[in-house]
Write a protein that binds this ligand. Structure first.
Ligand code: RIB
Ligand code: CA
Length: 316
């Protein structure tokens, strides 16, 4: 039976590819809804970008909700320098046919989980954790309904990508990350240590473009824009495809290696705000709260992504 999921995102080209990978996998994933949050770009753009992906993939039936525009207690910091002014540079933006639902994303998450069976819904956050934390804070009774939280965020050996100590999703709302990491439900966390292994090299982008269907074309165009920042800054051979790692872990966990350990987040220090302290060697008695993913078969990941993107051309 397909796993029921909600993707909470801040598109962002990599969030967009995570959505497309989920759309391409209906046998394994029942995407109940998409909730959006302020992050890479302001909320008015993240929900528009998510709805654009629904149009591009022909999935206008998937409900899209707008959530929290700002973090719990801090001003929003965005990342246009990476994603471009639209948040999805690389493709032309348009006003999508997919409507924005009237219900607030947090209320949708609470309503859906309260109506669900125990241990039945997987949450897949790929942006700041504000919506998820707000839902937990507002209605703790949703917790037993959560089967697992599979999130992109944090870093251990890779250091930070927004400060020397912190990865963007966690840094934007460290208080929200703290609530989620302490919530007591099973968590799989994919941080920069694993996402920096999946680089959208020219060869890989060319293989995606060669699929020749409109969704693959849009993906190649987005990644062609998305990689310029990382190649300049990190001199890497392409941009890390962060967010699709969450959906890929759900679909093909054998591509990844992880270890159960404690992950805690810094919410006080000016210097290391948003740092995720990953107790990989169990040197403390902090409780195990996360399955920390640290390795991936990058070639296998791209072979899988390309196989799934090819599906968008099969019925045309
Ligand atoms: O640090 C990478 C994360 O921040 C990704 O989710 C990217 O989309 C941005 O949200
Ligand atoms: Ca994201």
């Amino acid at each position: 039976m397909a796993r029921k999921i909600i993707i909470d995102c801040d598109p962002g080209q990599d969030d967009a590819v995570a959505l497309l990978l989920a759309f391409a996998s209906p046998e394994e994933l029942e995407l109940l809804g998409i909730t959006t949050v302020g992050g890479n770009v302001p909320l008015r753009l993240t929900h528009r970008n998510a709805r654009m992906m629904c149009d591009i993939a022909g999935k206008q039936d998937v409900p899209v909700f707008a959530g929290c525009a700002e973090p719990l207690v801090r001003p929003l910091q965005t990342a246009e320098m990476i994603h471009g002014e639209t948040g999805i540079n690389g493709i032309d933006v348009f006003e999508p046919d997919t409507p924005l639902q009237d219900e607030h994303a947090v209320d949708y998450i609470i309503r859906t989980l309260m109506d669900a069976d125990q241990d039945s819904i997987t949450l897949v956050p790929t942006g700041p954790l504000t919506n998820i934390a707000t839902a937990i804070d507002k209605q703790a009774a949703i917790l037993p309904k959560i089967h697992r939280i599979v999130l992109m965020g944090g870093a251990m050996r890779e250091g930070g990508n927004r400060t020397p100590s912190a990865e963007f999703n966690i840094l934007v709302d460290p208080e929200a990350a703290d609530i989620v990491l302490r919530c007591g439900r099973p968590i799989t966390q994919l941080g920069l240590d694993v996402t920096h292994q999946v680089l959208s090299t020219r060869d890989r982008v060319d293989r995606i473009r060669a699929l020749g269907n409109p969704v693959a074309e849009a993906t190649a165009d987005m990644l062609s824009f998305f990689d310029r920042y990382d190649t300049e800054k990190y001199t890497s051979k392409g941009a890390p495809l962060h967010d699709p790692c969450t959906v890929a872990w759900l679909l093909k966990p054998g591509l990844f290696d992880g270890k159960d350990c404690n992950v805690s987040v810094e919410t006080q220090s000016e210097l290391t705000l948003g740092h995720t302290a990953v107790d990989f060697w169990h040197v403390t008695d902090r409780p195990i709260n996360v399955h920390w993913v640290y390795r991936v078969d990058a070639d296998g990941f791209y072979d899988f992504l390309i196989e799934r993107l090819a599906r968008f051309g099969e019925d045309s």
